[in-house]
Design a protein around this ligand. Structure first.
Ligand code: NDP
Length: 490
């Protein structure tokens, strides 16, 4: 049994209470690890350590090239341990190995991207009235609380840890209580490469206690959070005490719009990928498929034909295309939404059940599920299900497609399929969403900003935008002719 400890001030420690939490493999319900279950007191210790480490300046004042060296070393070690880490991610989260292998490679690339950014120019100068010279420099925000969900445990961690450290902050990182395993492996690497003690701290425990303390503490300067919109709202409130900086990457109910003139098979393929990749547990999932009326029936027929052939199974089986959902609790939530969809009068044309045969009976497997004939007010159209459940909507023309697409509280992502380039751009420009694709769905790049409009969040992760979120901007004005201002006569 793997024992998972917290990493605070360069030491591996149990919770003060000695409490632990069982970590379960969602493919078979077996306990694979026991994780330290920290509480508010543990969080306070970790925050204090990060505060002292930041205030000492050891990390923030270190030459950027040296900080970058640590991050490049982390990337190398992630690659050296890629097989082990991807296997553990599959055991912990359930997602197929081919996805976790990709996640580990992407995590290493993200560290390299931000290692490079640490040494790049980041200031500006301004032509103001003589004899003044004005400039801005970027400085680290300070102590950053980083809180992530369970859908991409390693990758979400790295999207925050890499830019935060590159910019010179110290961190207290909290993984989801459901999926802490690969975070522990990452912190083993952080220790191995020799990042100074106290700079990077790992705390485990429940969001309502440990996570909330990160959001509330006056010793934390910034919280960067990815997860549900309801939790984001609670973090925003908790952060008011010291007017903490916050970045929130929240949920979505993203539209994938297919016009009749789209390349048919490409659009079908991406519609499947958009909702069923990672078992639908993706904030940007194309969970609403908007189809133009003239291709509606033919498209659905082909979609259902292909969705029903998706190979669902344990993530460690190389032939598996879709794994289990992350936990029993989450599976029950998704199954409940499927019941809601039926009760609301949507027509179920594919899946809809837990899979309990062929050796999958102890895992949390749900069939790829498709509802058609939905109406805009239905809960399965409005609410984030975060599972392999697609709601199909029908539209007649461009104006209706845009109106339906924007008709939720979310604004994270969206896709448009058409062979008419001008139409694609017209529609994309009207989408109230932060991440969009034309004739594609899902590709994500370390170089490009990630985040949403409306209730899908505040701020951006990744790219230069993601780096800037972990910096403060300081204005410096220099008088080049030193002498009195002469404002007062006496
Ligand atoms: P949560 O938003 O509840 O959890 C995300 C992270 O926040 C976890 O580390 C969690 O800790 C922590 N957390 C929970 N409550 C608080 C709090 N009050 N203060 C500070 N931190 C807190 O998401 P879940 O994982 O429970 O999933 C719920 C829903 O959120 C999903 O069904 C989905 O709709 C959405 N979601 C969106 C994601 C996205 O990328 N946009 C990703 C994951 C979920 P703990 O694990 O202990 O609860």
């Amino acid at each position: 049994m793997i024992q998972l400890k917290m990493y605070i001030n360069g030491e591996w420690v149990n919770a003060q209470s000695e409490k632990t939490r069982d970590i379960v493999n969602p493919a078979n319900g077996q306990v694979i690890a026991q994780a330290a279950e920290g509480d508010v007191e543990d969080a306070r210790i970790a925050i204090q350590v990060a505060r002292e480490a930041f205030d000492s300046g050891e990390w923030s004042d270190m030459p950027a090239v040296q900080r970058a060296g640590y991050l490049f070393a982390i990337a190398n070690k992630l690659e050296e341990r890629a097989d082990e880490i991807s296997r553990l991610e599959t055991e912990d989260n359930g997602k197929p190995l081919r996805e976790t292998q990709f996640d580990v490679a992407d995590a290493a690339a993200c560290f390299r991207y931000y290692a490079g950014m640490a040494t790049k120019p980041d200031g500006q100068t301004y032509h103001v009235a003589d004899p003044m010279q004005a400039m801005v420099v970027r400085e680290p925000v300070g102590v950053c609380g980083l809180i992530v969900p369970w859908n991409y445990p390693l990758l979400m961690a790295v999207w925050k840890i890499a830019p935060a450290l590159a910019a010179g902050n110290t961190i207290v990182f909290k993984p989801s209580e459901v999926t802490p395993v690969t975070a522990v492996k990452l912190f083993e690497i952080i220790e191995e490469v020799g990042i100074p003690k106290g700079v990077a701290n790992l705390i485990m425990g429940a969001g309502a206690t440990v996570g909330n303390e990160l959001a509330e503490s006056h010793f934390v300067d910034k919280v960067s959070f990815t997860g549900g919109t309801a939790t984001g709202r609670s973090i925003m409130k908790a952060a008011t005490g010291n007017i903490k900086k916050i970045s929130l990457e929240l949920g979505g109910k993203s539209p994938n719009i297919v016009f009749a003139d789209a390349d048919f098979e490409t659009a079908v393929d991406y519609a499947l990928f958009g909702i069923f990749a990672n078992q639908g547990q993706v904030c940007s999932a194309g969970s609403r498929l908007l189809l133009q009326d003239s291709i509606y029936d033919r498209f659905i027929e082909r979609l259902v034909e292909r969705a029903s052939k998706i190979r669902v199974g344990p993530g460690d089986d190389p032939s598996t295309e879709m794994g289990p959902l992350v936990s029993e609790v989450h599976m029950r939530k998704v199954l409940n939404y499927i019941e809601i969809g039926k009760q609301e009068g949507a027509k179920l044309v594919c899946g809809g059940n837990r899979i309990t045969h062929n050796g999958l009976e102890n895992g949390y497997f749900v069939e790829p599920t498709i509802f058609i004939d939905t109406t805009p007010e239905m809960r399965i159209v409005q609410e984030e299900i975060f599972g392999p459940v697609l709601a199909v909507q029908k539209f007649t023309d461009e104006a209706e497609a845009i109106q339906l697409a924007n008709n939720t509280v979310y604004g994270l992502a969206g896709g448009v399929f058409t062979q008419d380039g001008a139409k694609a751009m017209r529609v994309i420009k009207k989408l109230r969403a932060g991440i969009t694709w034309i004739n594609s769905y899902h590709p994500t790049y370390n170089e490009a900003p990630w985040g949403g409009y409306k209730q899908s969040g505040i701020g951006r992760g990744l790219g230069t935008f993601g780096y800037d979120e972990f910096t403060e901007v300081k204005q410096i004005n220099i008088n080049l002719q030193v002498g009195p201002v002469g404002w007062f006569e006496n």
